[in-house]
Design a protein around this ligand. Structure first.
Ligand SMILES: Cc1ncc(COP(=O)(O)O)c(C=O)c1O
Length: 389
C-alpha cells in the first residue's frame, strides 16, 4: 500500500463491537490454568458482583437470557392456557420463551414515544388468565416499571423484567435489576457487557434463586464445587427434573473483566449518543430517541425514526448509509408479524409503524469522535426531506 492510498482510506465503522482486551485474556488464562473451567468459584464471584451492581441480593448465571427466562417461567409453574403479556416490539426471544414454558403470549402495544410497552394497553390486555407481565427495557431504555407494578401487584400477577439490553440503566436513580421480582439480562456479544453468550437472573427471592441454581444443573442439589469440597460420601440428589443452562467459569472470568470496564463502557456510549443527539437534533425528518425524565438509558442501541418528512424510506436510508460505509440495522422487530405468531391476528399499528420506520446507527465503546461526526455529517447532507436550517 502506498502513502497516498493510506491517506485516503477511511477506517471502517463497526455497527457494534464488544470491547475486550488484555484483562479478559488474562482472566480466562487464569481460569484455564486453575482447571476449574465450569462449576467452579469464578461463577460465584461473577454472580456476587452482578447482584451488587444491580442492588439485588442474588444473581444466577445461566447460558443465555432465553434459558434463564425459561427457568423462571418454569419455576413459577405456568400451565397451558396461562397468559403472559409481552410487547410485540421486541427481539422474538421474549415471545418464544413464553411458548417454551407452555403458556400463551398476549401482545401489548408500545408507547410510540419511548418504543417501550404501553401500560395503558397492558391494562386492557389483562384477563383472569394473566399470570405474568413481561415488560422489556427496549434498547436499554428502562420501561415504566412503577406503572406495570401498579397493575400487577393488586391482581397477584407476577412481573419478569426483560432487561436483556439494560445492564447499567437507571430508572429514577434505581438500577435496573432492583425493580422487579425477577429481572433477566443477556450477555450476548451485542450487549453492554458480554461473555459471548450468557444470561443473568437477578432477584431478592432466595428460595427462587436456590431453585434456579438447581434447575440450571439438572436439578442437582449441590454444585460441583461444593461437592468437591465436601466429604467423599456427601452425595448430591435431584429433587426435580432440571435442565442444562449452565454458565462456564471461562465466561464468568470474561464477565468479571467486563464488569471492571462497565463505568467506562457506559461513559463512552453516552458520549456517542450525545454526539448523535446534538448533531441531529434539528433535522425535521428524523426522530431522535425519546428519554423520559428520570430515566437513564445505557445506550445499548441508538435507534432513530424516519419521519413522514423524509423523502427516503427507512430501507432506502439503510442502502444509502451502507453504500457510504456506514452499517445500520433495522429497528426492533414486530414479533406478531412473524409466521409462528401471525395466526393470532394481533392488531398493533403503533408497533408496526415503529418496526417499519426505524433504524439503528452504530454505537459501541471504541467508536471515535471522527466516526460519529462522519455519520452525523452524512445524515445531515443526505437528508432530502424538509430540514430546518
Ligand atoms: C429484548 C431481548 N430479549 C431477549 C433476548 C435474548 O437474549 P439471549 O440471546 O441471551 O437469549 C434479546 C437478545 O438480543 C433481547 O434483545
Amino acid at each position: 500500500m502506498n502513502a497516498s492510498s493510506e491517506t485516503f482510506i477511511t477506517p471502517p465503522i463497526a455497527f457494534s463491537r464488544p470491547w475486550l482486551g488484555e484483562e479478559e485474556i488474562r482472566a480466562v488464562t487464569e481460569v484455564l490454568q486453575s482447571r476449574w473451567i465450569v462449576g467452579g468459584p469464578k461463577l460465584a464471584e461473577f454472580e456476587r458482583r452482578w447482584a451488587a451492581c444491580c442492588g439485588a441480593e442474588r444473581a444466577v448465571g445461566v447460558s443465555s437470557w432465553t434459558t434463564g427466562a425459561f427457568l423462571v417461567l418454569h419455576a413459577w409453574g405456568l400451565q397451558p392456557g396461562d397468559e403472559v403479556i409481552v410487547p410485540s416490539l421486541t427481539f422474538i426471544a421474549s415471545v418464544n420463551v413464553i411458548v417454551h414454558a407452555g403458556a400463551t403470549p398476549v401482545f401489548a402495544e408500545i408507547d410510540p414515544h419511548t418504543w417501550n410497552i404501553d401500560p395503558e394497553d397492558v391494562a386492557r390486555k389483562i384477563t383472569p388468565r394473566t399470570r405474568v407481565i413481561m415488560p422489556v427495557d427496549q434498547l436499554g431504555l428502562p420501561c415504566d416499571m412503577d406503572a406495570i407494578h401498579a397493575l400487577a401487584h393488586p391482581r397477584g400477577i407476577r412481573v419478569l423484567e426483560d432487561a436483556a439490553c439494560a445492564l447499567g440503566s437507571r430508572n429514577q436513580e434505581r438500577p435496573v435489576g432492583s425493580l422487579a421480582e425477577v429481572t433477566v439480562f443477556s450477555l450476548h456479544a451485542r450487549k453492554i457487557v458480554t461473555t459471548g453468550e450468557g444470561g443473568m437472573i437477578v432477584t431478592n427471592d432466595h428460595v427462587l434463586a436456590d431453585r434456579l441454581t438447581r434447575l440450571r444443573h439438572q436439578g442437582m442439589s449441590l454444585s460441583d464445587f461444593a461437592r468437591h469440597q465436601a466429604s467423599p460420601t456427601t452425595f448430591e440428589n435431584y429433587p426435580e427434573v432440571g435442565y442444562n443452562a449452565r454458565m462456564t467459569d471461562l465466561q464468568a472470568a470474561i464477565g468479571l473483566g467486563q464488569m471492571d470496564r462497565l463505568e467506562e463502557i457506559l461513559k463512552r456510549r453516552r458520549q456517542v449518543a450525545e454526539s448523535y443527539r446534538a448533531g441531529l437534533a434539528d433535522l425535521a425528518w428524523l426522530r431522535l430517541p425519546h428519554v423520559p425524565t428520570g430515566m437513564t438509558p445505557n445506550w445499548q442501541s441508538f435507534q432513530i425514526g424516519i419521519g413522514p418528512d423524509s423523502l427516503l424510506t427507512r430501507n432506502q436510508w439503510m442502502e444509502r448509509l451502507h453504500a457510504a460505509g456506514i452499517p445500520t440495522r433495522r429497528g426492533v422487530m414486530a414479533a406478531h408479524l412473524e409466521p409462528p405468531y401471525r395466526s393470532m391476528n394481533a392488531r398493533l399499528p403503533r408497533t408496526e409503524n415503529a418496526a417499519d420506520n426505524t433504524l439503528q446507527l452504530p454505537i459501541h465503546p471504541e467508536m471515535t469522535p471522527e466516526q460519529t461526526a462522519r455519520i452525523v455529517t452524512f445524515l445531515r447532507s443526505n437528508g432530502t426531506g424538509n430540514q430546518t436550517p
